[in-house]
Design a protein around this ligand. Structure first.
Ligand SMILES: *Cc1c(COP(=O)(O)O)cnc(C)c1O
Length: 413
């Protein structure tokens, strides 16, 4: 059971196994942060009222440490359980699992940084499905470990503790010595599992390179569109527009959450074409790692959005273009997984003003970016073009993608 969403075919017929609560993850106002944003917006030229809301993807599922990976996994499970999986054989994303006779997949295998949220959600899904899980944690991915004062604690607490409690076989790796790569390590693990009679199914980091990984957030876009009516109110009469979330802020790690949302909102906008007059919702990705440059991510986001778009019934080339990809790389901080001073201020601000806990790796950076847009003049500048007069109501949605279970490992913040 899940909330009744009006989703058109062919999207509605794509197989999915529900992992979420039978109701939408909540959207609630961020009242005190809205006051901050409106206060500073009023200093500008217009009478702009900014209302901030949060969609709580960290409350989307009863499964451990709910976060954005459960929605992605919902669309991958049918392939895992299939008698002839189309994907999952190894790091080459599109290779089918070679099944040995009538054997089915026995073991989910995935990888991540030491404090990866994704691996927790994969381990939990494996348990739920009665499968084993092998989790590969790389010490060289992300700066969380190298910047931790207590490295020993970083390797045992937070998500590492959780993933072990969920029953995963956890293996930690040092940075591989060239010419060996991380992918080689993965293939070796898969080979060993096969040699011992298991049928492993490989889920790439963040489930984003998996061809079905973008669908979860395409569906979430429909959920958000549905919730707009409840949360922002119905239009009062004919000709009055349905209020919308004008800006939606979300983390961009690998970019498949963002890509999925872009595709989903495109399709939702088409299905709600009577509401065309309203500005389209703007989905803004906040980059959470400075490792790779902006164009690298923009290309990937576009690719993920088009891949999801094609599966849900859009014309990927014509309907989704680089204009739909908005990525802000100013808040990525020093390194992936490192909480810089400014981001830490935001984490504390949101805790003190809204009693909402953010995570140190993703959502704190997103909240910082959102507050920059909302309290500065960036939103006003966009509203002023084309020029408008009178009061302006701007609705902003922050997607909380989870991850607080890593906080324990960042004990010094
Ligand atoms: C994985 C993760 C993200 C990033 O999602 P992508 O789809 O890889 O961009 C954001 N927030 C949290 C808490 C995550 O665990």
């Amino acid at each position: 059971m899940s909330p009744r969403l009006t989703i058109p075919d062919p999207f509605a017929s794509i197989p999915r196994v529900n992992l979420l609560y039978p109701f939408s993850s909540p959207i609630h106002p961020l009242q005190n942060l809205s006051k901050l944003a409106t206060g500073s917006a009023a200093k500008g030229k217009g009478n702009v009222r900014v209302s901030l809301y949060s969609k709580r993807e960290d409350h989307s599922s009863p499964l451990a440490c709910a976060g954005n990976k459960y929605r992605k996994l919902e669309y991958i499970i049918p392939d895992i359980l299939s008698s002839s999986p189309r994907f999952g054989a190894g790091v080459a994303a599109d290779s089918p699992v070679p099944l040995d006779g009538r054997k089915k997949v026995t073991t989910l295998v995935t990888e991540g940084a030491i404090q990866s949220n994704h691996t927790v959600q994969v381990a939990s899904v494996a348990s739920k499905l009665g499968l084993e899980s092998v989790v590969l944690l790389h010490k060289g991915t992300g700066g969380g470990l190298s910047s931790a004062q207590d490295k020993d604690a970083f390797l045992r607490t937070g998500n590492v503790q959780v993933v072990k409690l969920l029953g995963a076989d956890v293996r930690m790796f040092e940075k591989p010595v060239a010419p060996k790569t991380q992918d080689d390590l993965v293939e070796e693990v898969l080979e060993d599992l096969r040699a011992s009679g298991k049928v492993p199914y490989w889920i790439p980091s963040g489930a984003s390179l998996h061809p079905l990984g973008g669908l979860g957030y395409a569906r979430c876009a429909f959920e958000i569109a549905e919730q707009e009516r409840e949360v922002l109110g119905h239009p009062g009469g004919n000709g009055i527009e349905q209020p919308r979330f004008d800006y939606i802020f979300v983390a961009c790690g690998s970019g498949s959450t963002l890509g999925g949302l872009i595709a989903g909102f495109k399709l939702a906008e088409r299905s709600q074409s009577q509401q065309r007059t309203r500005r389209p919702r703007k989905v803004i990705g906040i980059l959470t790692s400075p490792t790779m440059r902006k164009p690298y991510h923009e290309e990937r986001i576009l690719r993920f959005a088009r891949r999801a778009g094609e599966m849900i019934g859009l014309d990927p080339q014509a309907d989704i273009t680089m204009d739909d990809v908005i990525l802000d790389d100013r808040f990525a901080g020093e390194r992936y997984g490192v909480l810089d001073a400014r981001t830490k201020e935001t984490l504390s601000l949101v805790a003190e003003k809204e009693e909402v806990m953010l995570d140190p790796v993703y959502t704190a950076k997103v909240a910082r970016g959102m507050m920059h847009w909302a309290t500065g003049d960036e939103i006003e500048k966009e509203l002023a073009n084309p020029p408008t007069n009178g009061d302006q109501q701007v609705n902003v949605l922050f997607i909380h993608t989870g991850g607080q279970s890593a906080l324990g490992a960042y004990a010094d913040i």
